[in-house]
Design a protein around this ligand. Structure first.
Ligand code: FCB
Length: 423
């Protein structure tokens, strides 16, 4: 298989700090303590997550058991800057040791700077819908760049800006819990500008570091065949959710129109400053037009592909991985599949999921698409946003009743075999 950049294909697993580390006090933990997450009826509990903060060394041995040559993880802002402007040497030291250990093990680190969670103080002082967020975040990026990034070849600045913004400013599921489309669009603008400034800042010190955004993409389909209104809604959602951000990088314009809801058309100086697009792909959704003012559509999971639904209720649609990557060809940037995975108690479902998605990965590469890596979400079962520990995404099983002990699943062994046979 061709290696467009002359480097080995990155095979990895992905995690995020809040979902695995435990012992974190941040905006999310405050929401849990004050009962805000209970609103959706699921009452997720983070507890000590899977105690990775204390068990990271043994967990890294599990990476070697899988045979991955890369690992995507995130750093927890709330640990690094517990009070505004006051950075924790202790937390930086631990992340630094983690990076050194990965390198010792021959595992290339991919570090995500912002993966959904913020310090508890953040939204009161400098929320993303105000431009003060940019400077607040850049203060962190500057420290991270100086103290950690000299040894990190791949950096994701922000994980899934669209998903986070929709949850935080669209339907109030994440802190700061707002429902305001204008604030959402302001937040988007600020995040993109923050990315560009982070890009320049990091490149100034580490010109070889490859910097991207992990962009969540959905394969949309119209719910009713021959229904032009469903078709039109589908097209608009695709333009908004999948393409608005990458297009802004290529065109230096933030442009989107959704009748009665959003109209935005403004310059944004991004100059395509991104080295790769991370694609986080999970599912397909069916779009149905609804005659109502504020949300003129429904988005549904329907098991139409015959692969069924995951334990999250998400439609398994392997071809979507292929489509999403191809939709990004116009960006003229390499792609890394920074997340792809499934919640399944029945591990045979995960093996089938991997088989089918890896088939499409193979096809993309065989067709000459510049895909640089694939990261399965996730290394082990962990806390899932809004749902808690009731769903299992891991290649390693975590026994929540038995001291959080980890054991490899058959899907983990399957992934390990696939990696070995592809090298
Ligand atoms: C993605 C998130 C990741 C994880 C998976 C299941 O949207 O980036 O943290 O929760 O979904």
């Amino acid at each position: 298989m061709s290696r467009p950049n002359g480097k080995p294909f990155l095979w990895g697993t992905a995690t995020s700090s809040f979902q695995i580390e435990g012992g974190i006090h941040n905006d999310m933990s405050v929401w849990e303590e004050t009962g805000r997450f209970r609103n959706n009826g699921l009452d997720p509990r983070i507890g000590n997550a899977v105690d990775h903060w204390n068990r990271w060394q043994e967990d890294f041995d599990r990476l070697t058991e899988l045979g991955v040559n890369s690992y995507r993880f995130s750093i927890e802002w709330a640990r690094l800057e517990p009070e505004p402007g006051k950075f924790s040497d202790e937390a930086f030291d631990q992340y630094s040791r983690m990076i050194d250990r990965l390198l010792e093990l021959g595992i290339t680190p991919m570090l995500t700077i912002l993966h959904f969670s913020h310090p508890a103080w953040f939204h009161d002082l400098s929320p993303w819908h105000t431009s003060s967020a940019i400077d607040a975040w850049l203060r962190l990026v500057e420290q991270v760049s100086r103290r950690l990034l000299d040894r990190v070849p791949y950096v994701v600045t922000i994980n899934e800006p669209m998903v986070w913004l929709l949850a935080a400013y669209g339907d109030a599921k994440f802190p700061p819990g707002r429902r305001d489309l204008h604030e959402l669009m302001d937040g988007l603008r600020h995040m993109l500008i923050a990315h560009r400034r982070a890009y320049d800042l990091i490149k100034a010190h580490h010109p070889d570091t490859q910097i991207g955004i992990a962009h969540n993409m959905i394969a949309f389909r119209r719910a009713r065949k021959g229904n032009i209104l469903d078709d039109d809604m589908k097209r608009r959602l695709h333009l908004f959710y999948n393409l608005l951000i990458p297009k802004a990088f290529v065109t230096n314009r933030l442009k989107f129109r959704f009748p009665l809801l959003v109209k935005i058309d403004e310059p944004i100086q991004l100059d395509n400053r991104i080295d790769f697009w991370g694609v986080n792909y999970y599912y397909r959704m069916h779009v149905r037009f609804r005659l109502r003012p504020f949300r003129p559509f429904d988005m549904l999971f329907v098991p139409r592909s015959k692969h069924g639904l995951s334990d999250m209720g998400w439609e398994i649609y392997p071809r979507g991985l292929y489509k999403c990557c191809r939709w990004l060809r116009f960006t003229k940037r390499p792609i890394v599949i920074t997340e792809n995975g499934i919640a399944a108690d029945d591990d045979t479902v995960r093996i089938r999921f991997l088989e089918r998605h890896l088939e499409f990965l193979h096809r993309l590469r065989a067709e000459g698409m510049d895909i640089r890596g694939y990261y399965y979400w996730s290394l082990f079962d962990n806390y899932e946003w809004l749902v808690g520990k009731s769903v299992r995404f891991g290649l390693f099983h975590v026994d929540y009743d038995n001291n959080l002990s980890r054991s490899i699943k058959p899907s983990g062994q399957y992934f390990a075999r696939r990696i070995t046979s592809s090298v």
